[in-house]
Design a protein. Structure first.
Length: 245
C-alpha cells in the first residue's frame, strides 16, 4: 500500500501521563527515523525516555538534538522503524501570506486523539526569545483561515506550504484560543541539529527543487500526491484519523 505525505506526522505521547504533542519524520537511516518536534513537547511528556511514538510502546525514543540550552524550542528524536513512511523536507524560503496546511493532533475523547489538518496563512515574521537566552529564534505568526482552531496537541506539527509541499515552520504556540499562533522557522533547525542531512533542506524553484548540497531533484511521487491531496489549486480537504490510546 502506498504511503501518503501526512503519514509523516506522528503522535508523541507519554508513558507516565496523558500529555501529548505532535512531530513529523524528517529523515531515515537503515534502522530508523528522525522526528522533528518542539523541545517543550519532549519536556511535557516526561523526557525522551518517556516518549511513545504513535503508540508503539516497544520502541524506545532517543534524543538526538535539543535546542533548550540555546533558547530554541526544537528537538529531534530517533526511533527504530517507521522507515516505510515518508519524510517531509524543509525549506528556508518562507514569506508572509503563504497559504499553509498545519497537520497535528488534538484531544478527541478522553481516550483518543484526532489528527486533523487546518488551513492558515503565514503572517508577520517574529522572533521568540526565551528567558535568560541571548538567541532570538525566527518564527512566523499563524493566521487560521477556517473554523477549526489550533489546540495544545498541535505543538511540533509541520507548517507545510500548499504550493510546494515543503515544511516552512514548526508549530510552537497558540493564542486567541487557537485563532492565531506562532511557528518556529525552519531556518532554526540547522542551529539545533547541525548534522541534519543536506538533502532534507530544499530551496524552492519553479521547475525543480534545489537541495542544500547543490543537487537538483524533481518532485517525488509522494510530493505530487501531497499537492493533489492538499489542493494547491483548489480548497484543501480536512483529513483526520482517530488514534486510540
Amino acid at each position: 500500500m502506498s504511503s501518503s505525505p501526512y503519514d509523516a506526522v506522528v503522535l508523541i505521547s507519554s508513558r507516565s501521563s496523558n500529555r501529548f504533542g505532535s512531530g513529523f519524520i524528517v529523515a531515515h537511516d537503515d534502522q530508523g527515523s528522525y522526528i522533528l518536534t518542539c523541545a517543550h513537547v519532549i519536556t511535557m511528556v516526561g523526557g525522551a525516555s518517556q516518549a511513545i511514538i504513535d503508540n508503539q510502546f516497544d520502541r524506545q525514543a532517543m534524543l538526538t538534538a535539543c535546542g533548550l540550552s540555546m533558547g530554541i524550542d526544537l528537538a529531534v528524536l530517533y526511533v527504530q522503524g517507521l522507515t516505510n513512511r515518508p519524510a517531509l523536507q524543509l525549506t528556508v524560503d518562507a514569506e508572509a501570506c503563504r497559504e499553509v496546511a498545519i497537520s497535528g493532533f488534538k484531544l478527541h475523547t478522553q481516550q483518543s486523539q484526532i489528527l486533523r489538518t487546518i488551513r492558515a496563512l503565514l503572517g508577520d515574521q517574529v522572533y521568540l526569545q526565551s528567558r535568560g537566552a541571548t538567541v532570538r529564534t525566527p518564527a512566523w505568526d499563524l493566521l487560521i483561515t477556517e473554523d477549526d482552531l489550533l489546540a495544545d496537541g498541535y505543538s511540533g506539527s509541520p507548517v507545510v506550504d500548499l504550493h510546494s509541499g515543503l515544511v516552512l515552520a514548526i508549530t510552537s504556540h497558540l493564542e486567541q484560543e487557537g485563532r492565531r499562533g506562532q511557528a518556529i522557522s525552519a531556518q532554526a533547525v540547522r542551529s539545533v541539529w547541525p548534522s541534519l542531512p543536506l538533502h532534507m533542506v530544499v530551496h524552492r524553484d519553479v521547475d525543480t527543487l534545489h537541495t542544500d548540497d547543490g543537487a537538483h531533484q524533481t518532485q517525488s511521487r509522494w510530493l505530487a500526491t501531497w499537492l493533489e491531496v492538499w489542493g494547491a489549486r483548489s480548497p484543501p480537504h480536512l483529513l483526520w484519523t482517530v488514534v486510540t490510546v
